[in-house]
Design a binder for this molecule. Structure first.
Ligand SMILES: [Zn+2]
Length: 79
């Protein structure tokens, strides 16, 4: 767990933390180089997302700041 993730898990109620982790795992950001990692795997969180499909992120694979295509996988919209 990264610092950001542990801070969130300390200040939020358990069920919110679980949901936040699930959200952060479901949201993936794909680099033009082909690297496709979830926000959780990148050490961040994404919660109550705005639905912006493009985001400038640093890719852990090619080490470049590139426009990533953000997609959401595997979660229903019941939240
Ligand atoms: Zn990349």
């Amino acid at each position: 767990m990264t610092l950001v993730q542990s801070i969130f898990s300390r200040v939020m109620p358990r069920h919110v933390v679980d949901r936040m982790e699930a959200e952060s795992r479901a949201w993936k950001a794909k680099c033009p180089c082909g690297c496709n990692l979830s926000f959780w795997e990148r050490g961040g969180v994404r919660f109550g997302a705005s639905g912006k499909p493009q985001q400038l992120l640093k890719c852990p694979e090619c080490q470049q700041w590139t426009m990533h295509t953000v997609t959401r996988e595997g979660l229903s919209d019941e939240f």
